[in-house]
Design a protein around this ligand. Structure first.
Ligand SMILES: Cc1cc2nc3c(=O)[nH]c(=O)nc-3n(C[C@H](O)[C@H](O)[C@H](O)COP(=O)(O)OP(=O)(O)OC[C@H]3O[C@@H](n4cnc5c(N)ncnc54)[C@H](O)[C@@H]3O)c2cc1C
Length: 432
């Protein structure tokens, strides 16, 4: 309880994964913290939604073993990753076209073996992939000047099946930005930690439970148990600074520090309160955003896919997650479409119908779905392009910090970058 007697009293605005990571980190050291959340639920862009009486997610998410901070904080709040996440060795499968599986060998041998034994790659492509990884490793995964991923791949002869089934899907899944536009440096940071770190880093961790139970809900319980409070349905629309702290438009309380943990497109109104933050505002105005669509299709319980997660190519779908295999919700499939594309022109019913037709091509006997629902998150993440200027956690206003997946980081907009950002912002409060 070291901070309670020193007048430190922190307001965290936003209860997404970044805000909750900040709140938990502060609560762990006994710092007084109040979380303000505009919505009536926790989790922000990674939250539970109820559809047809089932707790599902606003979008199918996947974590990887390299999400060390997320896994650490989950454990800290009593959410056991072993129970709540289905851990799968790196495996990418496009049925009939491509199959890559990493055996249980130490890194980087697991990757070497995976590339050498992949189905659907010519020998020349396997060797090109090894050369690429060796070259990137030799430069510590740094490039002199950032460029689009597609350009980097072309420079290193990573075309054909390698680009189509390995690098481009990895890029879109991790950066939510097409390879033609995505930042090669950020992509390489993910490749470095995901593919060339300890072997377990490359494991896929697929949530067995809804996103709320994975972290935001146990995090809120943890914060309350440590003397903090969470105020749902409480948007903060203005804050003012005085010599002895900040006052929010939600009430008369004073806060010694404020962490703004809202999404970048939600920051405007709060930044307007501080002329000194004009440069932060400018960098965020320059952001573009990418959507992620998730279509849930409930089929009869007998319908199943060969893998928990299967790659699709050539149509709208990028990945199908079989929730029956993942957590026993038999017959429920989640189709994921990351980044911008032609699917955005479809009505939700037409998109669900198109996705069902793509599934029929793969499983000819599949019956019509009992129900289907598309959740379109139009600003799922910022578009992770070369040279994008991401603001740091520290701002020019003393004791006011930013947290969120968009702040300066090695990583693209992910749960891990949100959590790391929240932990960093909390660390800045405690450093003072
Ligand atoms: C469909 C989808 C699929 C994704 N898939 C993956 C994946 O597979 N793996 C992965 O790692 N990442 C994935 N992501 C990205 C990941 O979800 C985000 O990076 C992360 O959730 C961002 O968290 P955040 O806390 O930074 O922001 P947010 O989640 O946006 O949190 C901001 C919070 O602030 C609140 N707020 C806003 N304004 C105010 C205000 N004025 N007052 C009070 N509260 C306010 C909002 O309501 C929100 O709850 C996906 C995202 C989406 C949308």
């Amino acid at each position: 309880m070291e901070d309670l007697d020193h007048g430190v009293n922190v307001a965290v605005i936003g209860a997404g994964w970044a805000g909750m990571a900040a709140a938990v980190t502060l609560a762990q050291t006994g710092t007084r913290v109040t979380v303000f959340e505009a919505a009536r639920h926790l989790g922000g862009r990674a939250r539970t939604v109820e559809l047809e009486g089932i707790d599902l997610d606003n979008g199918q998410h996947i974590l990887i073993g390299a999400y060390v901070e997320t896994l650490r904080l989950m454990r800290a709040v009593g959410a056991d990753p072993k129970q709540l996440l289905l851990r799968q060795q790196l495996a990418i499968e496009y049925p009939g076209a491509f199959r890559l599986r990493a055996p249980r060998l130490p890194a980087p041998l697991h990757l070497l073996a995976a590339l050498m034994t992949a189905n659907g790659l010519a020998w020349t492509e396997r060797i090109a992939a090894m050369r690429f990884m060796t070259a990137m490793r030799g430069n510590n995964y740094r490039i002199a000047a950032d460029m689009p991923v597609a350009e980097l791949l072309a420079q290193h002869r990573q075309g054909g099946a390698l680009a189509r089934y390995l690098w481009e899907p990895l890029c879109v899944s991790a950066l939510n930005t097409p390879a033609a536009a995505a930042s090669a440096q950020t992509f390489l940071n993910v490749v470095r930690d995901g593919l060339d770190g300890p072997r377990a880093n490359s494991d896929f961790l697929i949530p067995r439970t809804d996103l709320g139970r994975l972290f935001p809900l146990p995090a809120a319980d943890f914060v309350r148990d440590h003397g903090g409070s969470i105020r749902l349905g409480t948007p903060v629309r203005a804050l003012t600074e005085s010599a002895d702290g900040f006052v929010l438009d939600t009430g008369p309380e004073r806060y010694s520090h404020v962490i703004l943990a809202v999404a970048p497109h939600q920051l405007d109104v709060l930044l307007d309160c501080f002329p000194a933050l004009a440069a932060v505002r400018q960098s965020i105005v320059a952001f573009a955003y990418e959507p992620i669509y998730t279509c849930y299709l409930q089929y009869p319980p007998s319908v199943t896919m060969p893998q928990p997660m299967t790659g699709f190519d050539g149509g709208s779908i990028q990945w199908i997650f079989d929730r029956g295999r993942i957590n026993g919700t038999a017959g429920l499939l989640a189709a994921v479409i990351s980044a911008r594309g032609a699917h955005q022109d479809f009505s939700q019913d037409a998109l669900a119908e198109a996705i069902h037709r793509e599934l029929v091509a793969f499983l000819p006997d599949i019956p019509s779905p009992l129900w289907s629902r598309v959740i379109a998150e139009k600003r799922a993440t910022f578009s992770c392009r070369p040279g994008i200027a991401r603001p740091s956690n520290r701002t020019p206003v003393d004791r006011l910090y930013l947290a969120g997946d968009y702040t300066a980081s090695d990583y693209p907009a992910t749960l891990e970058s949100a959590v790391r950002s929240g932990v960093r912002a909390a660390g800045l409060v405690r450093l003072r």
